[in-house]
Structures are given as structure tokens and as C-alpha cells.
Design a protein around this ligand. Sequence first.
Ligand code: AMP
Ligand code: GLY
Length: 421
Amino acid sequence: MDILVVGSGGREYSIGLALSKDANVEKLYFAPGNGATDTLGENIDIKELTQLADWAKERGIDLTVVGHEAPLVDGIVDIFKERGLVIFGPSKEAARLEGSKVYMKNFLKKYHIPTAEYIETSSKEEANRFIEQLTPPIVVKADGLCAGKGVIIAQSQDEAKSTVEEMLSGEKFGEAGKRVIVEEYLDGYELSIFAICDGKDFKLLPAAQDHKRLLDGDQGPNTGGMGAYAPTPLIDDKLYEKIIEQVIKPTLKGMQDEGTPYEGVLFIGLMIVNGEPKVLEFNVRFGDPECEILMPLINSSVADLLYKAATKKLDEIDIKVDNRYCVGVVMASENYPYSSSKPAEIIIDEIVDDDLRENSHISFAGVTKEDGKLFASGGRVLVCVGLGESIHEARERAYDLCGQVHFVGKKFRRDIAYQAI
Ligand code: AMP
Ligand code: GLY
């Protein structure tokens, strides 16, 4: 198969890395890719989606895999399908599960899928009346995509009210904030579940845990994610069963009933409250950095899995999941997540230890290449990934690898996977 991966982050690099080792894959392309994906395949510099689809058609691409949400929400899947191309991801309408929190919450309510109590509104007065019934903390969310910044946990009713006002005025998030969700705060622990879906069937990947805060001990501002590990011991068969029966199956059935069957990765952000799963959010793509630690745990063909999902044939295959653990530590640039940083050259020591070389690798994200040298140019620069027989061993290897990577201003959390140790 010739495969096109759309995106430029560590997530897309890790999908490409898995595909580059896959016997079913001949040629690999990235659009636009990053300064390291060119070692796995060819980078294609076409951003406009119809032009990209025309290119894929002309080139005879067998499968396109979309990494990030923006092109999905913009309808890349519809554009490719109109040309008879096979593409893994949800249609524009199905991508509203991530693109609009109002749509998502109303969908959950309609199909009786457990989630936090809420109202959705564009009226300040209505929001305030609901806020007055809640005990802080109170959660306020902008409707549209806000690059992970659209959720505010207010510590008082007044703060919740002023947040709503700022969002509705369009000051804070523009159009994305002109409708808001106000919801009850759920107290529990978070889990990320990934289901590969073909509209009616699904395959589960190992449950993962992300670390959204910048600093150790879950302090500091929210980020896209500073590290992740899988599988997490915070889930057992009973909880899996609840998630499948109460969340995944009714979601797939509901999306069919809506006339927008869900194809692609369904990334379910859950809060587990007293053993019961409640949906915080859906994402319509792999998590980043979760993808970087899930790809190495899939022992069967990733190309075949995504192709079967994109052609509604998931029932024909089984996926083989590695029984080891995987830990990924994000190395970010100096000013992340506040502002960009001056590009800094990345130096990676030669890994002389056989054990480390065989059980760890780097997934490159915000990097550019100049004269053969790699530079840290984005916020999240790369992910050091370690595999092991235990979480402890996987984590040691990920951190040993971090010690071999150098660039000015590098920063990373020292406590990834702490909940599991
Ligand atoms: P979301 O984008 O909706 O997943 O929200 C981002 C983060 O905010 C989540 O990962 C949670 O840590 C937190 N969060 C969102 N909604 C709630 C809620 N109702 N109760 C507690 N925490 C929440
Ligand atoms: N790591 C969380 C996300 O990709 O949304």
C-alpha cells in the first residue's frame, strides 16, 4: 500500500514510524510532515485540502490517515471520498463530536450516555441562573475548537459568571466561544480510551493516561499533553465492560441513527467517578502524545487495521496488542506553552547501551531540518518513548533516553506515569 499521513506532529511521526516497519506498506508520504518525517517517507508541501486530494488521486494513494482534528472538522474525509479515495477518519458531520461541544453534549443526552450535568446556552442570564445552582468548582467550556484552551475550571460562582461573559462577548475565543457549556465539576480520575471504528464495529487499544499540566505533580497551566503511558492499571475488566456498554456501543449506534456513522479513531476522555465512567469529551483523532505510546504496542499490521476500518471491514481482523508497557515523556521548548522559542539545535548522543537502543526511540514533533541538522522549532519538540515489561522499566528507559537528548531550553516533567507506580 502507498499511504499518505496528514499532519506534522509527533502523533503523525509515530503513525509513520509504525507504517514504515509494516510489510503491507510500500511508499509513505506526509503532508506536510516535519523535519524528521522525511527519514520515514516523503514530505509533500500541499496544504489546501482539495489540492491534496487531487494529488492523492493522481499518485494512486491507497490509504490516507489524518492525524489532527482541524482538517477532519473542515471535511477532508468528504473531499477525499468524493474522489473515490480510501481515507481513515470521520466525515465532517461526524467530526462535530469534537468540533462542537454543544453538539457533543446534546448527543450524549439524547442517547443517554453518562456525562456531567450541564446547560448549553448563548444567554448570559440563563448561564448565571444555572451557575447559581452549582457548588464550585464550576466548569465553563467554549463550544468550538480552541486548541485545548477552551475549558475553564472556575473556583467560584463569580469567576464562572465572568468567564461566561468573556466567552460570550467573543473577546476570549471569537466565534468558538459564542455558545458555552456550563457544567458540574466531576471529581475522579481521568482515562483516555481509543476505539478504532468503522461505522458499526470497533477495536479497542490499550487504555492510556495523559499528563495535561506543564509541571510535576499536575501543577501549572494546561498543555496539549506532557507525557503518557499505557496500559494503565486504573482500569479492569468490569470498568471496560461499563465503558463498552454505556459509552462506545450507544455512541456508535447513535451516530448510525443520526445518519452520520462514525469512522475513524474515537478518543474518549472519561472521568471515572466512584467506579462509573462519565464522558468529558470526544476527540475524533488519536491523542498526542497518547498515539506515540500506543503505536509501539500494536503488534499486528497498523496499515491493515486502518485500511479495514476505512473500508468497513473491521470484523475481518483481530488486533494483536503487545503485553509490555509503554511510557512517553514529552520534551518541550523553553517558552511552551506560553509563546514560541528561538530555534535550538538538537544534539542526540549516540546510544551505546544495547538494551536502551532496542527498547526506546524518539518520536519527533516540533522539529525542522536545516543543512542536515535538526532544530527544536515547535512547542512540543519530541517524545522519548520507552518500552518495558513493567511501567517502571518502560519509564526508566524513557527517562534514560531523555538524558541523551540536548537542546537549549529543553524541559520535561520528571513524574510521567506517577499514578501507576
Ligand atoms: P475537555 O476538553 O472537555 O476534556 O476538558 C479538558 C480538561 O478539563 C479535562 O481533561 C479535565 O481535566 C477537565 N474537565 C473538563 N470537564 C470537567 C468536568 N466536568 N469536571 C472536572 N474536570 C473537567
Ligand atoms: N493529549 C490530549 C489530546 O491529544 O487531546
